[in-house]
Design a protein around this ligand. Sequence first.
Ligand code: AMP
Ligand code: ZN
Length: 471
Amino acid sequence: MKELQLFNTLGREKQAFKPLNKQNVTVYHCGPTVYWTQHIGNMRAAFFGDIVNRSLRQLGYKVTFVRNYTDVGHLSGDNEGDADSGIDRMEKAAKREMKTPEEIAAFYKNQFDTDLEKLQVITPDHRPAATDYIDAMIHLTTDLLQKGFAYQTDLAIYFDTSKKDDYYKLSGQNKDMLQSGHGHGNVSDEKKKNSSDFALWFFKSGSHEHALQTWSNPFSSVDGFPGWHIECSAMIKDILGDSIDIHLGGIEHITIHHTNEIAQSESANNKSLANYWLHNEHLDVNGGKMSKSDGTSFSISDVEDAGFDAIDLRYFFLQAHYRSKQNFTWDALQASATALERLKSKIKLLPQGGTINEVQVNNFLDCIKDDFNTAGALAVISDVLKSDISDADKRATIMEFNKVLGLNLHESKDVNVSEVPEDIKDLLQQRKEAREVKNWQLTDDLRDQIASLGYIVLDTADGQKIEKLDN
Ligand code: AMP
Ligand code: ZN
């Protein structure tokens, strides 16, 4: 049996997966900042987490999967490492919509969850919101201060990056590269020692004097709020422990956010934070970055308004490898929708009650085990359909694949009998009569005849139901 191979950003190679504890594989996924409608690029990231989650379970591991909601402290400029004086995204949204940050978080959390349900993303075991872990963040910050890895100024508490010898290990960058990737040197605090130092905690002073979400803290009589990076380190420690198996996130997190999570957690705990770091590439639209101003920042609602189902988007995502950029176009989504409908129609024709074909399941899992080769895994469906195993076994086998793929394969488009052409109606009537006199041969022949005209007939407790085949 092939082993599960993961491309580990730490080391930049595919490595065999060796869990810390086979009985409980721990996975953390950096989740969204809940301040705006998540676009289909964010959906690709959540979909990737879901593939990892479902695959591990299908491979027999017990999994604790955590994906957080960032609902405080993610400042504009944070992703570029230039955030000290940025604006909190939650605060920006609160002003935009004339609501409180809490109302903003509640609304967009709910919207995100609803979208992910449509995308068949299974609910993580834990979905912590950063604001529920402020004590854990204060605790970790205190620990870093006491151990000499952090220092305090009037404006913030910073992690001293010069104290961490292997600070650059995840990105493989050197200090100069990272600093240049660190924005424009807009350091608002002259007491900050190194430009790559980052805030663990901000005080409600300086450019953050009017911050809306702040907490009392043991560091000062001035209230404050956590930095974005410490949030993930604290939630991981609290929920999953000092060391986890797999840490997931978008590719843009390698140089700053994940580098800083590692620096904080490993300095405080003196243990490796995560053994495998997996990063998904981005989704482009029409060959370029998604952008609100260009009108290309599409959401699940946009996909539905255009007449598609969220699952069509899931099929589209499955066709690319997570480490490759993928380019979204409406034509490509249409092609995915067509392919999916065709597949569902074929599966509908297969009888139930078969057994899973182990050889084909192993072929499928071999693709999954190869660093989640979902495109290869999809192709195994065609192999099964072409194979010489029984139709019922084909169905059972493909349904087993669907536990990872999450494509709602048991569904297809119902058609109202009154909408079908007259000749089909005649055949349906003849078939109904054949069934009544238990002429099963004729019943089956009529089903085939109807199928050759592009319709599937199903026998239900309420009589015959009709569905349209796509091809
Ligand atoms: P944010 O709300 O900006 O923190 O992003 C939430 C998640 O979506 C993060 O894991 C990002 O890496 C991911 N993400 C953002 N933009 C894209 C994109 N264009 N394609 C894929 N993932 C993205
Ligand atoms: Zn994170």
